[in-house]
Design a binder for this molecule. Sequence first.
Ligand code: GBH
Length: 445
Amino acid sequence: MSKFPKDFLWGVACASYQCEGAWDADGKGPNIWDDFCHDPNAENIKNRDTGDVACDSYHRYREDVALMKQHNIKAYRFSISWARVIPDGDGAVNETGLRFYDNLVDELVANGIEPLITLYHWDLPSALQDKGGWLNREIIPAFARYAEIIAKRFKGRVRCFMTINEPQCIAQLGYGNGAHAPGWKLPEEKVAQVYHNLCLAHSAAQRAIKAVCPDAQVGVVPCGSLAYPEKDTPAGREAAYQASFNLNVGWSFNIFLDSLILHRYDDSASDAVKRFAATIDPKDWELMETPDFLGLNIYQGFMVNEKGEEVKRYPGFPLTACKWGVTPEVLHYGPMNIYRRYGLPIYITENGLSCNDKVYLDGKVHDAERIDFLHRYLLELSKAIAEGTPVRGYLQWSFLDNFEWGSGYDERFGIIYVDYRTCDRIPKDSAAWYADVIASNGEIL
Ligand code: GBH
């Protein structure tokens, strides 16, 4: 018997700024990542890399979809560049930009690949940032209008919409420590305001999409740290659950999801967050929309003992190229614990790793490390499913090597290698392996 349900959605993911290129083509407006990368006064990105060309997916999407089809991919999660569709964020629609996504969706559907749309994967139109970006509540109606425009256009062709990718990164990296665009460094209470506005924006967008497409599934895609137990005992599991939802660990899923779904910040919140929470207009809680599903981006977790204390990694612990821990257990306990807390169906919307991939003497890209990583993580995910967690799909990050934000092109997460000198694509060994996993619905694992 397969370890995965029979209609399990096997796919891949990517995001507009990271792969499209064509940064100023066909009427697209500037966005905060264009500005952040082009900033003449600061080296915000490794090697001053930019997404100007990236993988040139804007022009090569047909080739990409053909490659997906060749590899049995059933679903493609991509994001829409808001400024390509509405150059200033809340004004006129750029029909040419919208047509690019039309063509992409048609190409996917024609090839039997389900399109999953993310509305916002970090590339805010610059004109909206000039008005305060996610710190200003005026962004909420602008985001809802954008969602409505997209829903109208893709009604009947797209079943699954995701509003916001990783509110945690937007708030903490964009507005907290400034590592990501727009590069703002604000005090914690302001960052809490950003989180709150993101919850309200998700909710307004969800309502807008549902009004147009009542049958659509609308989700949101948070991230954060998740714990897994040192020992698989009841006490160990409980400790991992508690440690995963401590608001004070820095990166937490629940700083966003508790307020969105449970309408509260619990006692583990920092004083600054508590001060902000006390200022929330109680009517705001009534505006929060529970998503139909949660998209989880999960890369690594941390181990805790039965007392809930973090267990330090041993010397020489397995790491990926960008030094993230290889902790497959997080795909077992992570989704289980998120389900226990929120009770919503789950898609793993991102999981994968960067490797120091290169073209070998034989012209191929041998990424045994990626195959081993994905194999281990998928086996652990199957345990969560066996224990009753409703995981509907798994989207590997990423299909193509692409622009990895502050790390530029130094990190390669793809199952397809991209030679950035030519934008040529070379499927890595992991792509063939993943094709076999999909063809067998995970049976070969
Ligand atoms: C995602 O970000 C992005 O959505 C995607 O665009 C990006 O290319 C991809 O991942 C690869 O980086 O993991 O416990 O240390 C993930 C960014 C999420 C990394 C939170 C750090 C901190 C918690 N991050 N994470 S933990």
